[in-house]
Design a binder for this molecule. Structure first.
Ligand SMILES: [Zn+2]
Length: 383
């Protein structure tokens, strides 16, 4: 699975050898005559023009490998990510279930931001499709839906209740529905334990979903993202489409709340916003959770001697006087550094992204510790 390899890619460094990272949009219209191959060649030309001779030569083996892959492998999904570093035996390909923007990148490390964006945007959902006697549980992740379980509890029909009064029958029937839905709630708890998921969606006739909702334990109720009416034998494609709508809305709300929390944290000294303060916090290993927009970041620099990340392209490190290395996208490096140090990274989109751009130049972070306290006094005043 993608997430299992991610730590390896995050920690991977090509040393002196270049790492070629390729993202391609393989949406159906691009698959006609495989026009994405032309897109790769065009982007590559631009990227190669910016490389020095040694790297342009070194990356050729990777370029040929990517070309062969694009020629021989039929597309496995609407998006593709490839990482190649022949000198270090790195080759990873990912068929992504969602399209990504075309991008070719040559650098000392794999370029991971678009892949992280895809992973971040798609939380793991479980859909419980229920009626009074059946239940189907689906797992939705990265745009794919997989049916996990089918539960059927026999609810006695009228014909089995000979001689019962209507009121008696109603009570008996209601008890069976209750037992069935309670069992569904238990199955969901067990599933959460076996395959942890982020959010839960209930689907089915409103009276069944309303009752199931009342029976959910707290751990499941706090994951509840929405409910929609559906027939018990609805096709998975319909369940997926409805879930994606709920997913998009939940993501939007969660991202807005994340920015609120970030600004609160900044206010009480447990967070930073803006490029320079956030880079300084990362350089000091103080970042617990980095928040960035989905836009590309500005250029900057990193000092190889002391590790300082710098918002401008200076010729000498303000911390140790060393010679910083220029970075085309300093936010990309900020993301890698945060992940390398065991921190979390979240990318925001849409309205939350606009707000983070306005309020914090598109970047901010929650801190592990209050930064001012750990700084020498003159730095804290200067910052
Ligand atoms: Zn330095």
């Amino acid at each position: 699975m993608i997430t299992a390899d991610l730590q390896y890619l995050v920690a991977f460094a090509g040393g002196d050898a270049p790492v070629l990272s390729v993202y391609l949009n393989l949406a159906p219209e691009r698959q006609i005559r495989r026009s994405y191959r032309t897109a790769f060649d065009d982007l590559l030309k631009t990227v190669e023009a910016g490389l020095d001779d040694a790297w342009r030569t070194a990356v050729q083996a990777d370029v040929e490998r990517v070309r062969a892959y694009l020629r021989d492998q039929p597309p496995g999904g609407p998006g593709l990510a490839l990482f190649s570093c022949s000198a270090q035996n790195l080759w990873q390909s990912y068929a992504l279930p969602v399209p990504v923007a075309d991008r070719v990148h040559v650098g000392p490390r794999p370029y991971l931001r678009p892949l992280l964006d895809v992973l971040d945007e798609y939380e793991r959902y479980v859909v419980a499709l229920v009626d009074k006697e059946k239940a189907r549980l689906f797992m939705v992740y990265l745009g794919e839906i997989v049916e996990q379980e089918f539960v059927e509890d026999l609810v006695p029909g009228k014909h089995e209740q000979g001689g019962w009064s209507q009121a008696n029958y109603q009570r008996h029937h209601a008890a069976h529905v209750f037992w069935h839905l309670r069992r569904v709630a238990e199955e969901l708890s067990a599933l959460l334990w076996r395959k942890p998921f982020d959010r839960l969606v209930l689907a089915g006739p409103p009276e069944a979903t309303a009752e199931l909702r009342r029976l959910l334990p707290r751990r499941l109720r706090e994951r509840l993202a929405g409910t929609f009416p559906a027939e018990i034998f609805a096709p998975p494609s319909e369940i997926l489409a409805k879930t994606r709508e709920i997913e998009r809305e939940a993501e939007r709300v969660a991202e807005e709340r994340l920015i609120d929390d970030l600004l609160d944290a900044v206010f009480v000294g447990r967070g930073v916003r803006g490029l320079a303060p956030t880079l300084r916090a990362i350089s000091r290993g103080a970042v617990h959770r980095l928040i960035v927009t989905d836009a590309a970041g500005p250029p900057g620099a990193e000092c190889p001697a002391c590790g300082l990340l710098i918002a401008e392209c200076t010729i000498s490190c303000p911390e140790c006087g060393g010679t910083p290395r220029r970075l085309d996208d300093v936010v990309e490096r900020a993301v890698e550094r945060t992940l390398n140090e065991g921190g979390l990274v979240e990318t925001v989109h849409g309205p939350a992204s606009d707000r983070l751009s306005r309020e914090g130049e598109g970047i901010g972070a929650f801190l592990r510790f209050q930064l001012e306290v750990s700084l020498p006094i003159e730095e804290a005043e200067g910052g």
